[in-house]
Design a protein around this ligand. Sequence first.
Ligand code: ATP
Ligand code: MG
Length: 250
Amino acid sequence: MILPPIITVSQLYKRYPSSATDALKGIDLEVGHGEIFGLLGPNAAGKTTFFSILCGLVKPTSGTVYIDGKSIENDMEAIKKKMGVVPQDIALYPTLSGRDNLLFFGRMYGLKPSELKPRVDALLDLFGFDENRNQAVNKYSGGMKRRINLLGGMLHEPNILLLDEPTVGVDVQSRRAMMEHLKDWNENKESTIIYTSHHMEQAQQFCHKVAIVDEGIIVAKGKPNELIKEHDCNSLEEVFIKLTGKKLRD
Ligand SMILES: Nc1ncnc2c1ncn2[C@@H]1O[C@H](COP(=O)(O)OP(=O)(O)OP(=O)(O)O)[C@@H](O)[C@H]1O
Ligand SMILES: [Mg+2]
């Protein structure tokens, strides 16, 4: 059975009130059920703005977004229940332990204590936490904070996961482990993952499809291997540089 796209975005524009230019300039995008979709772009391309609109934190200036058949304009509360968000800036309570942060998020999502505690401990085991799960987050390394940040968005087992640069500042070992877990999660829970990263090699391996966005415009979209072929390149990073150039942003 062919399902309709889980996310359909049409002609999405965003201009922040304080800004003279549009952060998003007419984004059209479809994401399929169960896809791992990479949104790739230089700094200031509009990736976080796009995510913020999808999760209801920022209102678009114009355009439409449908998620699982529901409009973000009218049905955001229903959409939020199915969505997990892992923000670019780590959002944890520094004086609480990693475990207590997750218990707190779980209660916010309305999970019952009897199901929440075993779920939190199983995820912490899976992501390599030992007794350190009970230490305050302000004693954690950057990589540990990133892992807890990621688990915070996965706890309620959403069927859409938005990951905004989930592996920034994480070492190779942890990064590989995180991506492997996310791949398993995508396969086992049949969940859709949309993810941003500046790590092109990782995106090439991890994503079924990608969109390259620059200055608020999608400049290419498709399967990584097809884009590489189409642009006569050897890697996604080469395609990225070919399409977005070498000018520094911001
Ligand atoms: N709250 C805001 N008010 C005004 N302008 C904003 C705001 N948030 C973002 N912008 C602007 O919108 C544009 C897109 O920013 P955004 O954070 O979405 O980019 P990004 O692709 O996530 O970049 P990065 O890779 O650096 O995280 C930038 O020019 C930025 O300065
Ligand atoms: Mg961003």
